[in-house]
Each structure stands twice: as C-alpha cells, then as structure tokens.
Ligand binder design. Structure first.
Ligand SMILES: [Zn+2]
Length: 125
C-alpha cells in the first residue's frame, strides 16, 4: 500500500537575528503571538540582511509546513549590519524582503518588525 505522510502544519515562520541580547524578548513575544508550538523559527545574523537565505526558508516552510504568516524581525544596534545598520536601512530592508516574498507567495501574510533594545516591537508598515 502506498504510504503518504500526513500534512503537518504550523501557522508561521519567524525570522530573527542571532543576537543574544534579543532572545529574552523574542521568545516570549513569539509564544504569545503564535502559540507555544505553532511556528518555525530561524536565527540569522542580521535577520533579513541575507534575503536569499531567508527566501530559502520561506519556500521550505511553505512547502513542508504550509505556513500562512512570515514574521520578519530586525533590530536596533544590529552588529551584523555594522555602520550600515541605521533605522532607515532596517526599515528599507524589511519592506524590501516583504515585497519580494509577497511577489512570490501572494497568499502569505508577511509582517515586519523593528525590535528596539529595550524590548519594544515596532510594527513597520
Ligand atoms: Zn543583529
């Protein structure tokens, strides 16, 4: 008999920076936002800084977990950006990644946030 694996699903893919200073804010926020076991998560230096890498994971999460939401989180004082890491640059990169993801996956809900070092999540729109 042909065996077919059942569909497994979670609601979201979360993309955030590797920076240790943010984890204490990110983990509880994600859990409140999406639930304890309802998201895929990747941690990359600079978050959306490497868009091609982010895209690989978006494609994979759509394919294997039928996600509906992508949550992109860049943050203040990101050392992966170095001197280029201005507020406007982060805002630009987040919107750019959002636009590119939506062009490829129009059915997704793509959320963008700028996380301040004091733990405030600022919605970028
Ligand atoms: Zn960072």
């Amino acid at each position: 008999m042909p065996s077919k694996k059942p569909i497994i699903h979670c609601d979201a893919l979360v993309v955030h920076c590797m920076d240790y200073r943010l984890q204490k804010f990110i983990q509880p926020w994600i859990t409140v936002r999406f639930g304890y076991d309802n998201f895929d998560i990747i941690s990359l230096a600079g978050s959306v800084h490497d868009y091609e890498m982010v895209l690989k994971y978006v494609q994979l999460a759509v394919q294997i977990h039928t996600i509906e939401t992508v949550c992109l989180i860049n943050h203040e004082d990101c050392r992966a950006y170095g001197r280029d890491g201005t507020y406007s640059r982060h805002k630009h990169d987040l919107k750019d990644a959002q636009k590119k993801i939506l062009a490829l996956f129009p059915h997704l809900n793509v959320e963008t946030f700028y996380l301040h070092l004091d733990g405030v999540f600022e919605r970028i729109s």
